[in-house]
Write a protein that binds this ligand. Structure first.
Ligand code: PEP
Ligand code: MN
Length: 333
């Protein structure tokens, strides 16, 4: 249920109302927008007398939220959420350029790429240390050592770091990682999501290979319902009958997720296409569709990459793409 308060509602009456609602066993999510404060009620709202609440002099409107996702629902929080990572803001008009290799392979490799993507304009560095590979015989990542190399790259460049966490057993290792990525394969690992909800750290939540937007939002809800509101949604392509691509980039997800939710929405054209030369056109299309950022795989030596070389851009191609992304942003402003 949504209770929108009148402009200028007195703080005393507002807290009286909140206490009263909490007294009925409800969770109250408070969103203070520029023009209006909105209270989102979570729990069994069936017992709340809507007419009584609507009659209060500080209440503007009362409505029911029919969707099963509440905390991430735009009705609960009409303004865009801006996720802050150090000095970097994502969402609400702030565009994130996340770039780096699929996997951290060595200290030299990640430091080299970090410097190159930073020079190109990237604002965050990505790099997998724990890799969810289809085959158990493929490179599984450098794990804890990979995270240490990422931290060195952060120290060298100042770029905040983004890395995928696959299991809650690894949480301690990620204490000093700036953004925790939940990969497509773990989008519905509900135990992991719940645990991440107890952190006070941004979570980059990728859409599962075969998941609907509603399921993606319900996974965000798992994290937010446990208390962590710093969630970034990521469209990274879904399984269809497309034959030439690794996945199909569902670009329509961007405006729809923006309509349904207040969370920032970024796009990963690398995993969506699986082909380096397809990354720039899809990155530009995603930018035109209004995404809040791009996560793109960049490798100094794609041919010899230990993971996802075929979809990785060379640093110079990434630099070229960033310029075009900026031009598209300007054009669609
Ligand atoms: C990745 O970002 O390297 C990755 C494995 O992505 P996804 O979970 O989208 O496949
Ligand atoms: Mn990858």
């Amino acid at each position: 249920m949504i209770v929108a308060l009148k402009r200028g509602a007195s703080p005393e009456k507002e807290s009286q109302l909140i206490d009263w609602l909490k007294g009925m066993g409800l969770g109250v999510h408070i969103s203070r927008g520029e023009f209006q404060t909105v209270l989102g009620l979570i729990g069994d709202t069936g017992r709340v007398d809507m007419d009584l609440v609507a009659s209060l002099d500080i209440v503007d409107t009362v409505s029911r939220v029919t969707e099963t996702f509440k905390c991430c629902n735009r009705k609960f929080h009409p303004d865009d959420t801006v996720v802050q990572v150090g000095d970097v803001k994502i969402g609400g008009g702030n565009f994130a350029l996340i770039a780096g290799p699929c996997s951290v392979e060595s200290e030299d490799q990640i430091v080299y790429i970090a410097k190159a993507v930073k020079a190109a304009g990237a604002t965050l560095l990505r790099g997998g240390a724990f890799k969810p590979r289809t085959s158990p015989y493929d490179f599984q990542g450098l794990k804890a050592t990979g995270l240490e190399y990422l931290k060195i790259a952060r120290q060298e460049t100042g770029l905040p770091i983004v890395s995928e966490i696959m299991s809650r057993a690894d949480l301690e290792l990620f204490e000093d990682v700036d953004v925790l990525q939940v990969g497509a394969r773990n989008m519905q690992n509900f135990d992991l999501l719940r645990e991440l909800g107890h952190l006070n750290k941004p979570i980059l939540l990728k859409r599962g290979l075969a998941n609907t937007l509603k399921e993606l939002l319900m996974s965000a809800e798992y994290i937010m319902a446990s208390g962590n509101e710093n969630v970034i949604l990521c469209e990274r392509g879904i399984r269809t009958f497309s034959d030439y691509f690794r996945n199909t980039l569902d670009l329509s997800a961007v405006p729809m997720l923006h309509e349904l939710s207040h969370l920032p929405v970024i796009v990963d054209p690398s995993h969506a296409t699986g082909i380096a030369r397809m990354v720039p056109p899809m990155a530009l299309a995603a930018t035109a569709a209004g995404c809040d950022g791009l996560i793109i795989e960049v490798h100094n030596d794609p041919q010899n990459a230990l993971c996802d070389g075929a979809q990785s851009l060379k640093p110079e191609d990434y630099a070229d793409l960033v310029k075009k992304v900026m031009a598209v942003r300007e054009a669609v402003k």
